[in-house]
Design a protein around this ligand. Structure first.
Ligand code: SF4
Ligand code: SF4
Length: 508
């Protein structure tokens, strides 16, 4: 066991209101400068929808992430970058057809605000026309980073969502009906993956994963601008700065965290949907966990995350130089509670096999609107006992299979289990706090969802009433600890292996 610590973020999607404050906070702090105009290290997508860059999830087109060739024949398989081997990458050094184009992102623009003040007197109100930040000329805007905002369920945008691929024809058809339009929001940052394709694809060894907290960074002094990382990242969360000729990406606001502050996106989040916490994981299990058939992927991934209360894990952490303050933070981590203890949070698109370390609680709200309508028509006491009501998840406006394609490698049962639990907690708390009564049927519903009353209270507390210190459990950073772990990095296993590249030397 090789115990390491990781800073992770969790997004409670039921709470996201799609205000984009997070994106603006990040933009103002990190990418409000030349060459970075089109970059959104944090963006918020409306789903179903095409996302940013457009259809980034279409790996047949963009060739991001890893491919496992052991699906199906029962034999152990191997992992390889979908993009190419490192040798194959040399052939694409000067022209890489897998890179997203400016059209896939959008042509960045600003407005000629001066017109508002300086336009000559006339009959019309002056307007600020849009100006391209590439050419400086007036622009007829045709796309943007949140172009399909709030219209994700419309036939136009939902139709191009790659996650619709294996929905039944009936569901596809239903999603195309305007009266069934439904959407939710999906905020995204770099996932600071355990098996990052961006790191493996970089010919210059410029991208590395910090051993002390797992943050994936670009060493700009080493970056030669080959952009293999941009193509290899299946989440399209590395960006090329045309002005500096270097790649850039989300840095999880490490300068803020090192001074005890949450990342700007999390700190500014209006819906308070974001949680930050430490996870302890076993670095020795990563390679094996990423190379299992799809149906075992989620379990293998979750097994890499360790119990911070286990004495053996604590001893392993200390042996690797992990500070007791970090171990204590891992024990209080809200990410650990949601993901491992309560089992209601999942990573995004685990099938890319980069082992994403950001977590999402799937949205329940569109389901609830259907269920609650049903509740008013049914005799709850007789119907809920056998979960007949919850079988109506199949009739939910946001298809369970769609959520499974996003969060559980297509496994609907995982999503069903999570939604049932969240629904049971909501019903239990409503009975208790609003109606002031508790009946056997509700308790049976809770038990059937695998939840105790104590757990329901804890989930409710952390979901709806958390103090800021409950949402952001930040560990004490010690620079001397970083130096210590740098002396003993994990082995980098070469071409397409899973590994950690040496961080830059001081002064590099
Ligand atoms: S999401 Fe993963 S693969 Fe993409 S840039 Fe971040 S660490 Fe690299
Ligand atoms: S600030 Fe929070 S609530 Fe608003 S869009 Fe971002 S994640 Fe959602």
């Amino acid at each position: 066991m090789n115990v390491r610590a990781h800073m992770s973020m969790l997004f409670h999607l039921d709470k996201c209101i799609g205000c984009h404050t997070c994106s603006i906070a990040c933009k103002n702090l990190w990418t409000d400068r030349k060459g970075a105009e089109y970059m959104w290290w944090n963006n918020v997508e409306t789903r179903p929808g095409a996302g940013y860059p457009t259809q980034w999830e279409d790996q047949e087109h963009f060739h991001g992430g890893w491919v496992y060739d052991g699906n199906g024949d029962g034999k152990p398989g191997k992992l390889r970058l979908r993009l190419q081997s490192r040798a194959g990458g040399l052939a694409k050094l000067f022209f890489n057809p897998d890179l997203p184009s400016l059209e896939d992102y959008y042509e960045p623009f600003t407005f000629r605000y001066g017109d508002l003040f300086n336009a000559p007197e006339g009959d019309d109100q002056p307007t600020a026309i849009p100006i391209s930040q590439v050419t400086g000329r007036p622009l007829d805007i045709e796309s943007g980073p949140n172009w399909d905002d709030d219209l994700g369920g419309s036939p136009l945008y939902a139709a191009s969502d790659p996650n619709r691929r294996n929905l039944s024809p009936e569901v596809q058809e239903a999603l195309s009906e305007v009266e069934r339009v439904v959407f939710n929001y999906l905020p995204r940052i770099c996932n600071h993956c355990l098996n990052p394709a961006c790191v493996a694809a970089c010919p210059s060894g410029a991208i590395y994963k910090r051993v002390e907290d797992g943050i994936v960074l670009v060493n700009e002094n080493k970056c030669r601008g080959w952009r293999m990382c941009v193509a290899a990242c299946p989440y399209k969360k590395v960006f090329y700065n045309w002005s500096t000729g270097k790649s850039e990406k989300c840095i999880l606001c490490f300068p803020r965290m090192e001074t005890g502050q949450a990342p700007a996106c999390a700190h500014s989040c209006v819906g308070r949907i974001r949680y930050m916490g430490v996870l302890l994981y076993d670095a020795d299990r990563i390679e094996a966990a990423a190379a299992v058939p799809d149906d075992r992927l989620l379990d293998a991934y979750m097994d890499t995350i360790l119990d911070p209360f286990d004495p053996e894990v604590i001893a392993g952490a200390r042996a690797n130089g992990i500070d007791d303050g970090w171990i204590a933070a891992a024990q209080k981590s809200p990410v650990y509670k949601f993901a491992k203890v309560w089992k209601i949070a999942l990573p995004l698109h685990l099938e890319y096999r980069t082992m994403a370390m950001m977590f999402y609680i799937p949205p329940l709200s569109p389901v609830m609107s259907t269920l609650e309508n049903a509740l008013t028509r049914l005799d709850i006491n007789t119907e809920v006992e056998d979960f007949e009501l919850l079988e109506r998840l199949d009739a939910a406006r946001l298809p369970v299979q769609y959520l499974a394609n996003l969060f559980s490698v297509g496994d609907e049962q995982v999503i069903r289990r999570i939604l049932r639990k969240m629904y049971a907690v909501r019903l239990y708390m409503r009975r208790k706090t609003v109606e002031g009564v508790m009946d056997d049927a509700t308790l049976a519903l809770l038990a059937g969802a695998g939840c105790t009353p104590e757990e329901a209270e804890a989930i409710y507390q952390l979901t709806t009433l958390p103090h800021v210190n409950d949402r952001f459990v930040l560990p004490p950073y010690h620079r001397e600890m970083a130096v210590e772990t740098w002396k003993d990095p994990l082995a980098h296993k070469g071409e397409v292996g899973i590994g950690y590249i040496q961080p830059p030397k001081r002064g590099d």
